[in-house]
Design a protein around this ligand. Structure first.
Ligand SMILES: C[S@@+](CC[C@H](N)C(=O)[O-])C[C@H]1O[C@@H](n2cnc3c(N)ncnc32)[C@H](O)[C@@H]1O
Length: 509
């Protein structure tokens, strides 16, 4: 069954068997030095979807140490390790600045590329989307990995595709940067490839008409070239010749508001060229699901992975709107429950990652950002909102925190959360449970008092018990949890509006 995974792709890739996937088309972070925001579904809230800023911190150093450890037992990791050691010299072992960032980025990408190589079938191929920031480094990392596995066969590298688009302005001291790079590698000589065609550049040249009314041109030796067959695609894919390759802008119908979303036509071309109907297509950095949508359109099976749950919401909507697909019925989502049975299954396995997935899912239902594992001092989700008070004609910043408890909640946990709220100056705290809270806990909530905004009062400490009623009607969240209107969740609005970035009055998570 087609699958979407929510979580870190390195862990998930490592759970996939060798030689399972026919084609990988993927668009990872580029080391752009930027963080990207997205509009969260069912809310007007804009949240940080993913970060693309890198530092040579302990996480990066641990990733490098892990590559070194694996190099003792794996030829692929040995090749990767040697390549990265070479880059250490090039980057002068920098621990800060751009060079330190590049080292951290490569320590992140290297093992993921090694696992992508492993999961490809012997006839599989990969398209890796990147840009000039790191493409030269990534190509050598791929060469190292593919080379060691194909010692006899060194024609695994097929193309450096240039995707030419129109966007942004030109820098003052350089030429405008208007293209991305897509590396196309195959795993062996037996990989499939179907030539693709594009519209001819000069249709006026096709002056002849055959007995069936088809226009054609002839070359010096009398070979006919038909206008309706187009011309063979080369490695420059430009919006100038093919409008569908224009980068998505705020006017594009295809746009969902997820940052860095790519045009579907790009991914359709890769999939048509390098796979057959029924093949499995994987995108381990799938964002809002451009590869997935393209794969489904072309009748391929698919697997998508993304770290941020904010990507799964637009993707789910897209699969429903474009293909009429429903989670749990037409495809499976791991790490994103769609009913209580899935919640229990997720938590029963006692897997820490799955618990994190659940906690992230729960806090993002409230429009909050997951905060676990970032030294948050005891809460699972947080968010800021700027509230406008028309009586006082002023804005106030409000902070909301959430804590998720999957076992039987205790009064000690509730008290500890109240302390966290106080320490963090949070106006409102939501204590999320799967089991009912006791009268003592409700008393504690009473003692926390209320928050006032626009002549309304909201309990400062609130409880949300997730149950079947929520899954049957997610809109019920607005009666279970009482928040100022700016925070209200809006499951009934049309999906396009959820991701409309003209809704600018609501801010940062
Ligand atoms: C450039 S975007 C992909 C956009 C996608 N091509 C689309 O059209 O929507 C990169 C994605 O990689 C995801 N990502 C970053 N690190 C990840 C990780 N360790 N595991 C899984 N996904 C990750 C980000 O959340 C982001 O959605």
């Amino acid at each position: 069954m087609n699958k979407l995974y929510f979580g870190d792709n390195l862990e998930i890739l490592r759970e996939i068997d060798d030689a399972r996937v026919h084609l990988i088309c993927t668009d990872p972070p580029f080391n752009s030095g930027r963080d990207y925001n997205a509009f969260i579904r069912d809310s007007l809230a804009q949240k940080k979807a993913f970060t693309d800023t890198w530092t040579w911190d302990t996480a990066a150093q641990d990733a490098r140490a892990d590559i070194e450890r694996r190099a003792h037992t794996s030829d692929t990791y040995k090749a990767l390790d040697e390549c990265l050691k070479g880059y250490d010299a090039v980057l002068r072992r920098a621990v800060s600045g751009n060079k330190g960032a590049m080292r951290a980025y490569l320590a992140f990408m290297g093992p993921r590329l090694a696992e992508m190589h492993r999961v490809l079938t012997p006839t599989g191929s990969i398209y890796l989307h990147c840009d000039a920031t790191a493409s030269h480094y990534l190509k050598c990392v791929m060469d190292a990995i593919w080379n060691q596995a194909n010692r006899k066969d060194n024609d695994f590298f097929r193309n450096e595709i240039v995707w030419h688009y129109q966007a942004g302005t030109a820098p003052k001291t350089a030429f405008g940067r208007k293209h991305d790079t897509i590396f196309f590698y195959r795993k062996s000589r037996n990989s499939c490839f179907h030539r693709q065609s594009k519209p001819v550049r000069n249709p006026d040249r096709y002056k002849f008409v055959d007995e069936n009314g088809r226009k054609y041109d002839v070359n010096g030796v009398g070979k006919r070239y038909y206008l309706d067959e187009g011309q063979t695609c080369d490695d420059v894919w430009t919006y100038v010749q093919e409008k569908q390759f224009q980068q998505l802008n705020s006017q594009s119908k295809e746009r969902l508001g997820y940052p860095t979303q790519k045009p579907r036509a790009l991914y359709e071309r890769m999939i048509k060229a390098s796979s057959n109907e029924g093949d499995i297509v994987l995108d381990p950095f799938c964002g809002c699901g451009t590869t997935i949508d393209a794969a489904h359109t072309l009748k391929r099976q698919w697997m998508g992975i993304d770290l941020t749950i904010l990507a799964l919401d637009p993707m789910r909507q897209r699969l429903a709107d474009r293909h009429g697909l429903q989670p749990s019925i037409d495809y499976h989502i791991e790490g994103y429950p769609t009913n209580m049975q899935e919640v229990r299954k997720l938590l029963k396995e006692g897997d820490k990652r799955k618990y994190h997935d659940f906690s992230n899912w729960a806090v993002t239902r409230l429009g909050l950002n997951p905060t676990r594992d970032v030294g948050d001092g005891g809460h699972d989700g947080a968010g800021h909102v700027t509230l406008w008070n028309p009586q006082q004609m002023k804005e106030t910043d409000a902070r909301i925190l959430a804590e998720v408890k999957t076992g039987k909640p205790t009064i000690t946990q509730v008290r500890a959360f109240c302390q966290v709220m106080t320490q963090n100056n949070a106006e409102i705290g939501i204590f999320i449970t799967l089991e009912p809270v006791s009268a003592g806990m409700r008393q504690q909530a009473e003692e926390m008092g209320t928050f006032e905004h626009n002549v309304q009062t909201y309990p400062r400490l609130q409880f949300w018990q997730i149950d079947d009623a929520y899954f049957a009607n997610p809109e019920i969240i607005n009666t279970l949890v009482r928040l100022p209107a700016e925070w209200r969740l809006r499951p009934t609005q049309k999906s396009e509006r959820h991701f409309d970035d003209r809704q600018t009055h609501f801010l940062r998570g």
